[in-house]
Design a protein around this ligand. Structure first.
Ligand code: AMP
Length: 284
């Protein structure tokens, strides 16, 4: 495994690999890696000859009042995780390397970016789409691996690839969870032991909602109320910021569940806001 610090160094290695006929997988991350990130790297390593993992805490996707400066970091441990999971190259650029001058060119993905996380964090997805566009220009023709944990982000990136013709095949990967069902996240490190246990209700409520839907309940209102009431039983978990029941491809809100449905929620538990989602397929 080789660590690179610059875009030019990374291009050189990837150009050489492609000239040798090797396929490239890309796994963008913000570091503080856990088993969820490792699962993406392992999948890429299984499906491609070369895997480029990037570790970059992207200032552009944090608002002024968000946790950029104290976003958790542990580069040494991350490099060991990348190596164990099968990464070939790990790009760890500085902010100056990625943004040598104040950026005035940005990518915005309309409509898909406006609901859910986008409504809570209005500049967030432009920051994500812009840095992912840059990483796609660094990675070149490749398969790129993203977690379903950030389901709205995954849908936005898929759409950006179509709209802007990036030579990238986007691969969505399943959510890796703790034993209590909590989706793994770098931000879980901020949870106290009691909050960690309480946060298990997020996934329990989603699984219970899927059972309701599979049992024939098709009203989004009833399913949403069921989730909110279950979450309310845990005093350490706040009232969710949103519980959205949407079409999995378009993220359009549904009143009646049909077809490929995704139920997506966000709630504050102590310091961090936590995201989770689940899919259910119903006859349309
Ligand atoms: P982040 O470092 O939080 O920006 O995440 C980098 C990538 O890892 C994104 O594609 C995330 O969706 C993915 N990811 C984060 N947590 C998980 C998880 N628990 N399971 C699967 N993928 C994840």
């Amino acid at each position: 495994m080789e660590q690179t610090f610059t875009i030019a160094q990374t291009w050189e290695l990837l150009d050489q690999a492609r000239a040798d006929g090797r396929s490239v997988g890309l796994v963008p991350t913000m570091g503080f890696l856990h088993a969820g990130h490792a699962s993406l790297i392992e999948r890429s390593a299984a499906e491609n000859d070369i895997t480029l993992t990037t570790i970059f805490v992207n200032p552009l996707q944090f608002a002024a009042d968000e946790d950029l400066s104290d976003y958790p970091r542990d580069l040494e441990r991350d490099l060991a995780t990348c190596e164990a999971a099968g990464a070939s190259i790990v790009l760890t650029p500085t902010v100056d390397e990625m943004y040598p001058v104040p950026i005035v060119t940005k990518v915005t993905v309309d409509e898909l970016s406006e609901s859910m996380e986008g409504a809570q964090r209005p500049t967030h997805f432009a920051g994500v789409a812009t840095v992912v566009a840059k990483l796609f220009n660094i990675g070149g023709r490749c398969r790129a691996y993203f977690g379903e944990k950030d389901f709205q982000q995954l849908a936005i990136i898929r759409r950006m690839v179509i709209d802007l013709s990036f030579p990238v095949e986007v691969v969505g990967c399943p959510i890796v969870r703790e034993t209590n069902g909590l989706a793994m996240s770098s931000r879980n490190t901020y949870l106290s032991p009691d909050e960690f246990v309480a946060a298990g209700v997020l996934n329990r409520s989603l699984r219970s909602a899927v059972k309701l839907a599979e049992g024939g309940e098709t009203s989004a209102d009833i399913i949403r109320t069921h989730i909110v009431e279950m979450i309310a039983t845990e005093t350490l978990v706040s009232v969710p910021d949103y519980v959205s029941i949407v079409d999995a491809a378009t993220l359009a809100p549904l009143e009646t569940l049909a077809g490929e449905v995704r139920i997506i929620l966000a709630a504050q538990v102590g310091r961090p806001r936590l995201l989770d989602n689940i899919g259910v397929t119903l006859a349309s």
